[in-house]
Design a protein. Sequence first.
Length: 623
Amino acid sequence: MVLEKINQPGDIRKIPHDQLPQLAEEIRQFLIEKLSMTGGHLASNLGVVELTMALHLAFDPAKDRLIWDVGHQSYTHKILTGRKEGFTSLRKLGGMSGFPKRSESSCDVFDTGHSSTSISAGLGIVRARDLAGEKYSVVSIIGDGSATGGMVYEAINNAANLKTNFIIVFNDNGMSISRNVGGLSTYLSDLRTSEGYTDLKKATEDALRQLPIAGDWAVERVRRTKNNLKTILMPGGALLENFGIKYFGPVDGANIDQMVRLFENAKKVDGPVIVHVRTKKGKGFGPAERMPERFHGTGPFDIETGLPKVKKTKADWTDVFSTVMCKEGARVPNLCAVTAAMAEGTGLRRFRGMYPERFFDVGIAEEHAVTFCAGLAVGGMIPVFAVYSSFLQRGFDQMIHDVCLQNLHVVFAIDRAGLVGADGETHQGIFDLSYLSLIPNMTVMAPKNKWELADMFRWAIHKADGPVAIRYPRGSVCDSFQEFRAPVEKGRWEVLYDESDICLLAVGSMVQTALEVRQRLRQNGYSCTIVNCRFVKPLDEETLTRMAGEHKLLVTMEENVHSGGFGSRVLEYLCAIGSCVPTLVCALPDAYIEHGSVDVLKKECCIDAESIYGKVVSRFIGL
Ligand SMILES: Cc1ncc(C[n+]2csc(CCOP(=O)(O)OP(=O)(O)O)c2C)c(N)n1
Ligand SMILES: CC(=O)[C@@H](O)[C@H](O)COP(=O)(O)O
Ligand SMILES: [Mg+2]
């Protein structure tokens, strides 16, 4: 086994050249086997095995800086930097992250997770290198999907006048999570498939290689000429040259020698240079090659069939949203759905199939998506932007400046709100109640179960007259409390159990937890009210005032950080009305929460029923 010889950074350089194909194959099998047990980002990683090997042959990860955009495709990089053992605990609490982490290895230069940051970060590192008078290569590796993010163009524009080496590896597999969208992907597919260019390259190269001594040099000269030709001939190619950025490629992402040669050439460029590598997402595993979208992120699976090991038995929150959108799409002719390259993850695939003309995938461009929705609203449409909580952080100013200031009727369907688990710090949706509640004109809601999710979206589409955000978690939908279905009224909460002593003020997913806390309290002789605080903003001031007057202890419960969250706003209100009722805030800590299973993380953060019950009783006894 060649892979056995890979135990620390740089070991790949000791592997005999003729064993590299074997190493690639062994890495591929290792990834398939490990991820069949743990789950993870399989297809993207299978596509970059040879590319990563070539990078580790051409560059020294102990000295040179490799920055992985998004970083979900960095598993081979982790293997080649001595972290094979980490795959047993991939994305488990205390185990190895699924993304680059500086805390995990000095070969992880920059923490990533959200898309389109690698060129900005790389350029910053280049500038720092030059100011420090140091010498090392900086390489940003970015996929074609990530290149649809706006930050990339800000960075490329800013790199234009750079006079020192900066290498951008463009990993082009024609896929984002779904099929890639936008002008860039069209331009790329032209470059990728321009037969004329490819034939010229192959025939010329073969002929020139026959030349004694000068063969390689001649190939290089022709390649540079051809590249210049291409940039002049290919309308889009000139774009990069006009930015002062050299373009090399496209090169076959399965051919290690060719890539190493191009990387070595790229090192000689005094300025920014893009190396365009063509890869195949899912390479080497049949189901992933056939269904790269399905195997972009996967749970544990059967290697023989590719089928998931864990059968899905319950609908997800996302599935309920998807059904509501399809039904409302038939009733509301101006209802539009917008996604930022996450059609599958946000449940918009069916809507896309039923109403293609009212479905918009804007690429990985959340900030653009928000303002695009503002435009749709101004134009008389009712846009629903379906987006993960942590990715919506990208569009904060656009929500203020373009949607809420004008009080436009835009609906934000915020999925993956709360703890998401395996993806860790960059993906936990734990700030949205805070960052949304502070925006004037924004209505913020969180449903307790699937029926209320549907009712909320119908209210948001048909009744709301301004911006509305509805946030719900990743995973199986809550199907309890069917007996409670008060009509949705703006700023009105729903009192589920009206007793005395203790009042649980629960938001969204925490209503289920509140039910479990109440059961424990009643078993121990305490009476306990539960209020479904389904409007986080505006607060139901009338109900809150009544609860404050009728209970000895208030307890707020939310899957959001403390600062600026629901509990903070309740405390502000109670203070404003001069109430001194003891209040316990149960929220996530103001911290970044690492990867792990959601149940384990809730216990770690003390927002599980057991922990909350313990805190409530000790507080109540202490009154
Ligand atoms: C800001 C942001 N939005 C959305 C995502 C979700 N996301 C993760 S990977 C990905 C597609 C990336 O495509 P590409 O860069 O081509 O990488 P590939 O998986 O094809 O290797 C998306 C949309 C993200 N990580 N960050
Ligand atoms: C890498 C990335 O950002 C996405 O693939 C994300 O991991 C998807 O998350 P879900 O698995 O919750 O859809
Ligand atoms: Mg891609």
